[in-house]
Design a protein around this ligand. Structure first.
Ligand code: SF4
Length: 159
């Protein structure tokens, strides 16, 4: 699908922040209407908008704001915590040498993000494949995107 190349990470993080606030403000209404029912309505527009802006793969656990407003699922290895060891000297992908590494881009873009850029250091949990194809906005409201496997402890909580 057509993907718009958007090179204004600060503008995108502001857009994300505003959208997240609106979604959280609407949460009482959405809960009353039923998360499942609202998800059926918002999934299409969410997918379209994120596809165009970020090449979204609808993983259902959006971490864009923590990864330089760059979709980590665009990495052919689907890595969520930085690049593999195969990044080429020119910053391109090991698997698709014609493409820049998603994580090289993510890091560079995070430097231009005063609001969320520091979240690049946050360790992301493993992707829950059961959420694929579902609305990440609704999963944020229900907390489904924060469910982690038993025993999973983020590094910053290990004492
Ligand atoms: S992190 Fe997931 S929901 Fe967010 S843009 Fe990427 S594939 Fe889509």
């Amino acid at each position: 699908m057509f993907r718009l190349r958007w090179s204004r990470p600060h503008l995108l993080e502001i857009l994300y922040q505003v959208t997240a606030r609106v979604v959280w403000a609407a949460n009482p209404l959405i809960r009353r209407a039923g998360y499942g029912r609202v998800a059926r309505v918002v999934k299409g527009p969410e997918e379209l908008a994120k596809q165009v802006l970020f090449g979204c793969k609808m993983c259902g656990q959006c971490v864009l704001h923590s990864t330089g407003m760059t979709c980590p699922m665009g990495c052919p290895k689907n890595l969520r915590n930085g690049p593999c060891g195969g990044v080429r000297a020119d910053g391109h992908c090991e698997v698709y040498p014609e493409l820049p590494c998603v994580w090289v881009q993510a890091y560079a873009r995070a430097q231009e993000m005063p609001i969320y850029g520091h979240e690049m250091a946050r360790i992301q949990p493993p992707v829950d494949r059961r959420l694929e194809g579902t609305s990440a906005w609704i999963n944020m409201l229900t907390g489904a995107d924060r469910n982690t496997p038993p025993g999973w402890v983020p590094l910053d909580e290990v004492s």
